[in-house]
Design a binder for this molecule. Structure first.
Ligand code: GUN
Length: 296
């Protein structure tokens, strides 16, 4: 088959997220008809970072689409860590709120770890707390980290087998690379290698990958010479690249040099429209689950 053009499938995260939202809407309607509690998501936003505002707008829009109740809580970037902790305590105790998130990044004087660990694990619908991270390896996961959950769901819905496959995850972050690697091992029964900034000769690992996940945030990091024919590529990188040629002055870029890598791939996620929409779909799924646990 030398010289034959490879055909690849673009994994359509928007389409899958729309399907998931339709499934959630139907469940919300059933709950409504049975006079059960409607899921309520609260979103805490600190400061006025433009990208965070856009992400939060998408989350609010998604809540409206599926019929969830939502509350937006905004604070100035001068708020102290102590004050923010007190607000989180309030939301933790608010019986009507089923799940909540604190949008990241936070201003530098506030510790992400302190704030994250203050969130009640059963309301932690981002799945950021140590309790929920640890629950990946338990028989009874509580609320799974949203982006990794979204990646696993994409692989499942495209019927991409993971069992016994050689998965290489680039990026060992606490929010994406590390939990996703554990989920690929636990749920996916895959053989997983985690590469990070100290890894020597990354290419020697990526070239062996059946499934390659990049979660770094460096546009152009993954080039065609780094992958083998037939690879499944999942691009979790989302970097805002500014330039006058882009509508709105910026564009979202993944880690993968898309066209040349796609030409060698069997499946590949685009940016935007791949993993991104799945993070929000997972957030909604987690909020529904948190509601079902609290109010069956
Ligand atoms: N900032 C960028 N992505 C996310 C996310 O998924 N959750 C939160 N809370 N903050 C983010």
């Amino acid at each position: 088959m030398t010289g034959a053009a490879t055909s690849y499938t673009v994994i359509d995260g928007r389409k899958i997220a729309t399907e998931i939202k339709a499934e959630i809407s139907a469940k919300v309607l059933t709950r409504k008809q049975a006079s059960k509690k409607i899921p309520h998501l609260a979103i805490i936003l600190v400061g006025d970072d433009g990208a965070s505002q856009t992400y939060v707008d998408h989350k609010v829009k998604a809540c409206k689409e599926v019929g969830f109740h939502y509350t937006m809580m905004r604070f100035a970037d001068t708020i102290s860590e102590d004050k923010l902790m007190k607000h989180i305590d309030q939301v933790n105790r608010d019986e009507d709120v089923d799940g909540f998130i604190v949008q990241l990044p936070l201003p530098p004087h506030i510790s992400v770890e302190h704030i994250t660990e203050k969130i009640r694990p059963d309301k932690d619908v981002d799945g950021f707390t140590n309790r929920n991270f640890g629950s990946i390896v338990s028989k009874h996961p509580l609320l799974l980290p949203a982006t990794p959950f979204g990646v696993m769901e994409l692989l499942k819905r495209y019927q991409i087998p993971t069992e016994g496959k050689n998965c290489v995850v680039i990026g060992a972050s606490r929010l994406v690379g590390a939990p996703l690697s554990m989920m690929l091992v636990e749920e996916g029964k895959a053989t997983v290698t985690i590469c990070h900034k100290y890894t020597q000769d990354i290419k020697s690992f990526t070239q062996k990958a059946d499934i390659l996940v990049s979660a770094v945030g460096k546009p152009g990091l993954i080039t065609a010479d780094m992958v083998k024919e037939g690879v499944v590529v999942v691009d979790v990188g989302t970097t805002r690249v500014e330039g006058p040629q882009y509508k709105n002055g910026f564009a979202l870029k993944g880690d993968v040099d898309f066209a040349p890598v796609a030409a060698k791939a069997s499946f590949i996620t685009p940016v935007p429209g791949g993993v991104g929409p799945m993070t929000i779909a997972s957030l909604l799924l987690n909020t529904l689950r948190a509601t079902e646990i609290r109010n069956p």
